[in-house]
Design a protein around this ligand. Structure first.
Ligand code: SAM
Length: 169
């Protein structure tokens, strides 16, 4: 899933907004040659993610405890090549979060979005009324200054859709 959404090879450093238990952090760290900054507001989730990375022998993961909605991600402007926004755009102010992703991405950098589908029953995920569709996330991304690249059906996963956005070069 990570690689299908372009988080692979020499895409640059990666900022993951909301790493949770590191479900996607470790595959991203394996897939890219740069560093992965795994951010979450919950200290125990960041600790779990960094521990898993260490145990997996992945030296390119840096866990950061941070409220990125209140304080931004803390990384310099234009310093990342890829922003992971997986299962996070149901937050209260998604456009501000996408603006922060745009800020930290270098021109031409990519933002990958996934979220739980609304058209099938799923085993987990937030309540249906707050799940955004890919179209809505595209609109929010464009409002934040990102451009649409493509949607991904993610046939490897029955419960999510994928979307690729880019910071204009
Ligand atoms: C639904 S989980 C998704 C986790 C992971 N991306 C995944 O798909 O497995 C959302 C994560 O974002 C984190 N989060 C929510 N609001 C946040 C904020 N303002 N700052 C940092 N992390 C936040 C939560 O603690 C949670 O771990």
């Amino acid at each position: 899933m990570v690689e299908k959404l372009g988080c692979t090879g020499p895409c640059g450093d990666v900022v993951e907004f909301g790493c949770g238990y590191g479900t996607f952090t470790l595959p991203a760290a394996r897939a890219v040659t740069g560093r992965v900054f795994a951010l979450d507001i919950e200290p125990e989730l960041v600790a779990a993610t960094t521990r898993k990375a260490r145990e997996a022998g992945l030296a390119n993961v840096t866990g950061v405890v941070r409220d990125f909605l209140a304080d931004g991600c803390g990384l310099p402007d234009g310093s990342a090549g890829y922003a992971i926004l997986f299962n996070i755009l149901h937050v209260e102010d998604p456009v501000s979060l996408l603006r922060e992703a745009r800020r930290v991405l270098a021109p031409g950098g990519t933002a990958g979005v996934i979220h739980w589908r609304t058209d099938v029953e799923t085993p987990r995920g937030p309540p249906l009324p707050i799940r955004p569709t890919a179209d809505r996330c595209r609109t929010w991304g464009e409002a934040a200054g990102l451009e649409f690249v493509r949607t991904e059906s993610l046939c490897c996963c029955s419960w999510h859709w994928g979307l690729v956005l880019r910071r204009p070069g």
